[in-house]
Design a protein around this ligand. Structure first.
Ligand SMILES: [Zn+2]
Length: 266
């Protein structure tokens, strides 16, 4: 747990000697390092920006552990308490509303088997379970995953989806919200999510779009509309995206995209 040590600033040439866009393979131009010593490179072809010298897997894993991270993440979304309160109610209703409007009607009557990747304490899963669905979750924050499993009596496992030991093709839907942009390799993660979905199932996700704040220490990828679509096209025969706007705790509007991607052609 705790903050990552500040890395020695790397020059763009050191951090990104032959920068290629991880989405489209196009040439990416490195920018000067941000205040965390991370070099953000941008692809001229698809508009994807990414950290060219990301934290190590161990540094990332360590950063997301513990209740301190959970509290900070809640505060960022205007939620002050771990307990159920009006702020949580609003937050959960908003997210469940997106799932009910965009995902569930496309998957048949249910009950459905749904996995949330990066579920933290699992309030979205609790809401889906109350609707009668069979839910599972996984989160790299072992303490918060255990807390959610205990508080809500849900199957929430610690670790990455690979470590959580779910059977391939065992879910109708795999969902994740604001998770992919935190990973070193969001494309491998998306592929792993696809493998957990059975034929006819779908992956449903939200990522921030066109973020201007490259000093956001937690984000290693900064998607554009084009780079998100390109990534989805590589892995799924059909998908839909919807633009969304949400406000952070300071009221700042942040653009995002919701994406619904199907494992099989119609
Ligand atoms: Zn690109």
């Amino acid at each position: 747990m705790g903050a990552l040590a500040a890395a020695a600033p790397a020059s763009p040439a050191q951090a990104c000697p032959a920068c290629a866009c991880p989405v489209c393979g196009g040439p990416a131009r490195p920018a000067p390092a941000n205040r965390h010593g991370r070099v953000v490179a941008g692809c001229a072809a698809c508009g994807h920006h990414f950290v060219a010298n990301p934290w190590s897997e161990a540094e990332i894993r360590s950063f997301y552990q513990g209740m301190e991270y959970f509290r900070k993440n809640c505060a960022h979304q205007g939620i002050a308490s771990i307990e159920d309160d009006a702020a949580w109610q609003g937050w959960t209703a908003h997210r469940l509303g997106q799932i009910e409007r965009l995902l569930l009607p496309r998957l048949g009557p249910g009950p459905l088997r749904i996995l949330e990747v990066g579920c933290l304490e699992g309030r979205v899963l609790r809401g889906l379970a109350r609707m009668g669905h069979s839910v599972s979750g996984c989160d790299v924050n072992a303490e918060v995953a255990a807390l959610g499993a205990r508080l809500f009596g849900l199957d929430i496992r610690p670790g990455s989806p690979e470590e959580c030991g779910f059977e391939p093709a065992s879910f109708d839907a795999v969902i994740s919200f604001h998770t992919l942009e935190h990973l070193r390799d969001p494309f491998a993660a998306l592929e792993a999510q696809r493998e957990l979905v059975h034929p006819g199932g779908a992956v449903f996700l939200e990522v921030p779009l066109n973020e201007a704040d490259h000093d956001n220490r937690d984000h290693l990828h900064f998607f554009s509309e084009a780079s998100l679509e390109q990534a989805l096209r590589r892995l799924f025969p059909r998908f839909e995206t919807e633009a969304n706007v949400f406000a952070d705790a300071s009221g700042r509007a942040i653009g995002s995209a919701l994406a619904l991607a199907f494992k099989d052609a119609p």
